[in-house]
Design a protein around this ligand. Structure first.
Ligand code: SF4
Length: 325
């Protein structure tokens, strides 16, 4: 599992806001503020954080639904951050996305067969071959051919997500970006979809970038996890290690807030306030206004990423070199 399938280097996505006054400098929302990580072939890499932390923006920028402001995205050895529309078409055969909102992702006016045809048609697969591929693959996601003539509204949420997954798989990609794929589903269906994704990974050798706000789910499903806060990654580690030996105060607070009892929760940490506005982020460490371990340096200097143990990275002054202020 050592071959890198994806390498993201200092990726930034800024949104420039319209000026409200003449001669005013336009503001920018820094949705991604220079994130870096890599994913190895065959692994499931989790991106986790509160709503608005930039994790979905990261997924959408990596697959180039959004144009990066800066940084590099190296996929299967090719730098794709600046490719044009035509060049991206080839890349999308190998990198696909599953969305949270299947209602929006599946065209309500078209049959399931038409929807599954769409990615094949877009990549120039002949009509007879398209039908053959769909018939061969529908059972992969636990459905049969009787579903092909139905419309999305005739399917349950779980069945719709199965079609979303098949639509992403149909071109046989290497990497799937799963953007909160189970959070819109009933709890009873969530486990079924995760088990299906696990089975498909084993059968097809897939690699997942799994985006979620749910610390329980990423612990169960991911091999390694990156924790995001306000457009930055604050901690990355192998999943089991992250929960057993949590360094960053923000990660500690997220794990402490997992509902119910579990071995990782030593005390409940209640964070003060909401995440700051990314239009006007705090100085120094972005987490300092809410941090229960804040020090005098924290609002003045941004902490560097340090490797605190092998393959365990953290961005916090508690673990950096001492800096005189
Ligand atoms: Fe808390 Fe300071 Fe570490 Fe930021 S750098 S997480 S404010 S201790």
């Amino acid at each position: 599992m050592n071959e890198k399938i994806l390498e993201v280097i200092n990726l930034k996505k800024y949104y420039t806001l319209k000026r409200t006054k003449l001669f005013e400098k336009p503001g920018a929302v820094k949705a991604l503020n220079g994130i870096s990580f890599s994913i190895h072939r065959g692994e499931t890499f989790g991106l986790v954080g509160e709503s608005g932390c930039g994790k979905s923006t990261a997924g959408h920028t990596i697959i180039r639904l959004l144009k990066p402001t800066d940084g590099e995205i190296i996929f299967n050895g090719q730098e794709i951050s600046k490719l044009n529309h035509q060049e991206l078409k080839r890349v999308r055969e190998d990198m696909q996305i599953i969305f949270q909102d299947t209602t929006g992702a599946l065209n309500p006016k078209k049959t399931i067969e038409w929807i599954l045809n769409e990615p094949l048609r877009a990549h120039g697969v002949e009509k007879t071959e398209r039908r053959k591929i769909i018939l061969e693959n529908i059972e992969l996601v636990g459905l049969d051919t009787s579903y092909l003539k139905r419309y999305p509204h005739e399917l349950s949420g779980g069945q719709q997500q199965r079609i979303g997954i098949l639509s992403a798989l149909i071109l046989k990609p290497d990497l799937i970006i799963a953007d909160e794929p189970i959070s819109a589903l009933d709890v009873s269906v969530q486990a079924q979809i995760l088990n299906l994704m696990n089975d498909l990974q084993d059968k097809l050798g897939l690699t997942y970038l799994f985006i979620s706000h749910d610390l329980n789910v990423v612990h169960f499903f991911c091999d390694r996890i990156a924790v995001m806060y306000l457009g930055e990654i604050v901690e990355i580690a192998e999943a089991e290690r992250l929960y057993k030996k949590t360094y960053h105060p923000y990660t500690q607070s997220l794990i402490s807030a997992i509902p119910g009892e579990n071995e990782f929760i030593k005390e409940r940490i209640i964070l003060k306030g909401d995440a700051p506005n990314p239009l006007n982020p705090p100085t120094g460490c972005f987490f300092h206004p809410r941090c229960f371990k804040r020090m005098p340096i924290c609002d003045k200097i941004k902490p560097e990423k340090v490797e605190i143990e092998k393959d365990h990275f953290v961005r916090c002054h508690l673990y950096g070199k001492e800096i005189k202020i």
